[in-house]
Design a protein around this ligand. Structure first.
Ligand SMILES: Cc1cc2nc3c(=O)[nH]c(=O)nc-3n(C[C@H](O)[C@H](O)[C@H](O)COP(=O)(O)OP(=O)(O)OC[C@H]3O[C@@H](n4cnc5c(N)ncnc54)[C@H](O)[C@@H]3O)c2cc1C
Length: 344
């Protein structure tokens, strides 16, 4: 018998779950509040450049995800970043390498290809620009209501993939009178997150460095990460430089409400100082992004997931896996999709 599943969020976890459900007799409907897919693994295009302003790459740290990306999904445009990641410390001393250099992938067309290809492989219906406002549980199943008051009936199972605090808000607004709602809401709300403000700095000249990325060794610098987008095939025209600078969580919280010019000026100054190159204080164009719920620092317990499943409710994402990485979100989404398929 054909069953129906609602997936809230078209990020890596939601897309992977929809993909895993393609082999089950289930109609999958995905609701995504933004205009694009892939959530915090996000790509923009500007002035001939393609750049990642959330997750910079996918690592090959999970065998199942590596197989998915290299063997199951189309691999056209899948590209490996060859240059290494180096580190810097509080005194701005730059050092060669972390020991464990891993494979880092993205797509020439941008990392959002991950979710696009996952959805293309299945037949889920994806509603973009549709923010789910609340859920309602009745005898017939789950009803989903969006921010415009639109309702969608009725689903045999619901999968929630927004970051923990947003999932908690959604559960708080839902009409589902059960003691477990409170427990689940608390479990989702209590996942701690780091906030990251990212600045994109473009230059009309080449930067000659031996590394792709620089990461703060102990997290004790205002800058957390610098990535050279030109190291990704197809992202930046020859002779140009595009730096992705992620500021450290403390700095990001302090400067969260700064206006755009103040923010990007400060990020460019910090970058010029760290890389000891005055030219970098004057990018010819900039972009920025605030990620309030950027990186979860913990996960949710198995008992919360069991409790939810008893109500045909499922949770997935990096915060459920307890690891703030794209491969973890994908893997968790695949597993949860398979689990929902067995549950139906
Ligand atoms: C700045 C930054 C840099 C990072 N760098 C890396 C990296 O280099 N490598 C790496 O492996 N990982 C990195 N990560 C982590 C990685 O991006 C995440 O682990 C992964 O993308 C999480 O996927 P997800 O599906 O769990 O969540 P999300 O991507 O957050 O997906 C949730 C989706 O739900 C949608 N949504 C939320 N609320 C609603 C609602 N009410 N209704 C409908 N839709 C809703 C959101 O719009 C979003 O699309 C980075 C993250 C950030 C922020």
């Amino acid at each position: 018998m054909q069953r129906s599943v609602a997936v809230v969020g078209a990020g890596a976890a939601g897309a992977a779950a929809a993909y895993a459900l393609r082999e089950h007799p289930a109609d999958v409907t995905v609701f995504e509040k933004s205009g694009g897919v892939c959530g915090r693994a996000a790509t923009r295009r500007r002035n001939g450049c393609v750049y990642e302003y959330g997750a910079n790459y996918l690592t090959a740290d999970d065998d199942r995800v590596a197989e998915l990306v290299t063997a199951e999904l189309p691999s056209e445009g899948l590209t490996e970043i060859d240059e290494p990641v180096w580190t810097f410390d509080a005194d701005r001393e730059i050092r060669e390498g972390r020991d464990e250099q891993t494979t880092r992938w993205t797509y020439e067309q941008g990392i959002t290809q991950l979710a696009k290809r996952l959805f293309a492989a299945g037949d889920a219906t994806v509603h973009r620009h549709t923010r789910v406002e609340s859920l309602e549980r009745s005898g017939a199943g789950w009803r989903v209501t969006d921010a415009e008051g639109g309702t969608y009936d009725s689903f045999d199972a619901v999968l929630l993939t927004p970051p923990g605090p947003q999932t908690a808000d959604l559960l708080g607004q839902s009409e589902w009178e059960h003691a477990d709602r409170r427990r689940l809401r608390q479990a989702a709300a209590s996942v701690p997150y780091r906030t990251v403000v990212a600045g994109l700095l473009h230059y009309e000249f080449e930067l000659d460095r031996p590394y792709y990325g620089l990461v703060s060794e102990a997290g004790d610098h205002d800058v957390g990460w610098i990535g050279r987008e030109e190291c990704k095939a197809g992202h930046v025209p020859d002779g140009e430089t595009l730096l992705v600078v992620q500021m450290a969580p403390d700095w990001s919280v302090t400067h969260y409400r700064d206006d755009a010019a103040t923010l990007t000026d400060a990020i460019a100054d910090a970058t010029a100082t760290l890389l000891d190159d005055d030219r970098l204080a004057e990018p010819d164009w900039t972009d920025h992004q605030h990620w309030r719920y950027a990186l979860p620092d913990d996960g949710v317990g198995a008992d919360a997931l069991e409790t939810a499943a008893a109500h045909d409710l499922f949770l997935a994402g990096d915060w459920v896996a307890g690891e703030a990485r794209l491969h973890a979100a994908l893997r968790n989404g695949l597993r949860t999709g398979e689990r929902i398929g067995e549950h139906l």
